[in-house]
Design a protein around this ligand. Structure first.
Ligand code: NAP
Length: 248
């Protein structure tokens, strides 16, 4: 009997949950617990960390999980590394559902960097208006460049003080090209800092930056251990031994 665990929090994970519910496959959806009111799922859902590799291995055993699908955000590296280790420990088949990263296209001005410290260092010396489109847990190092006027965008309003002065937009998305163009023009954005998430859900800001001729400091994806990867939900479903009429 198949009993799948989806490590979620992304549009792909949500689409996969819908597909699994549609075919009636036994599965559990797991959220990391970063957003206050995560989207409802058509599957039984759990929220919060497992307690590292040991905690996840224990969870897999206790719940009788037969397959793990890591559909987390490509920058959720700790969760992905833990999944590789816990699945190796328990002998549980694992795949990652991961969209290809965005590729530079004509008109893009990207400065590709490997980590947050390099992104901070790549900002100009002179004051600029910067759209910092990265997760809230990564913004603190930008306090080293307090001369800039930062715009941040979060799903939930920030709890407590931010590590530096910033304008905060609270919005869950998805974001359209027109919406991103309007936001960037209204705020006079001059630089964008983004993670190379890939997929369509987050790319409007990159298209808008290109259209406006803005430089993008693009964080490359973290290095992860080798694991089988699929770039669409239909293939993941097939891996679980099911077919669906839902598109990828
Ligand atoms: P991370 O740094 O890799 O994870 C840190 C810890 O959080 C993990 O070790 C694990 O704790 C817990 N965790 C993360 N994802 C989890 C999940 N799906 N289920 C249960 N526990 C989870 O991850 P992150 O970058 O903070 O991202 C956290 C979550 O937000 C991920 O699920 C990711 O998919 C989602 N996210 C979505 C977007 C988006 O644009 N849709 C963007 C960023 C993040 P333990 O070690 O205690 O198990």
């Amino acid at each position: 009997m198949t009993r799948a665990l989806i490590l979620g929090g992304t549009a792909d994970a949500n689409q996969l949950a819908e597909a699994l519910a549609h075919v009636g496959l036994d599965a559990i959806y797991s959220y990391g617990g970063r957003t206050r009111a995560p989207a409802g799922q058509p599957l039984p859902t759990r929220i919060g960390g497992f307690g590292g590799v040991a905690g996840l291995a224990e969870y897999i055993r206790q719940e009788g999980i037969t397959h793990v699908i890591d559909a987390t955000h490509p920058f959720a590296a700790e969760m992905s590394r833990n999944a590789v280790a816990a699945c190796a420990e328990t002998g549980t088949p694992l795949i990652a559902v991961e969209r290809a990263p965005w590729a530079r296209t004509p008109g893009d001005t990207w400065i590709e960097v490997a980590d947050i410290a390099s992104a901070v260092a790549a900002l100009p010396e002179n004051r600029a208006r910067v759209f910092l489109a990265i997760g809230r847990q990564h913004i603190a190092p930008f306090g080293a460049r307090p001369q800039h006027a930062y715009t941040l965008r979060f799903v939930d309003p920030p709890e407590g003080a931010l590590p530096f002065d910033a304008n905060v937009i609270v919005s869950r998305g998805p974001f359209t090209l027109d919406g991103e163009l309007e936001m960037m023009q209204a705020r006079g954005i001059e630089w964008v800092v983004a993670r190379n998430s890939g997929g369509d859900g987050a790319r409007a800001k990159i298209d808008a930056a290109r259209a406006l001729g803005l430089p993008v400091i693009m964080l490359s994806r973290p290095q992860l251990p080798e694991r089988p990867r699929m770039d669409n939900v239909a293939d993941a479903l097939q891996w679980l031994g099911h077919r669906t009429c839902l598109g990828a």
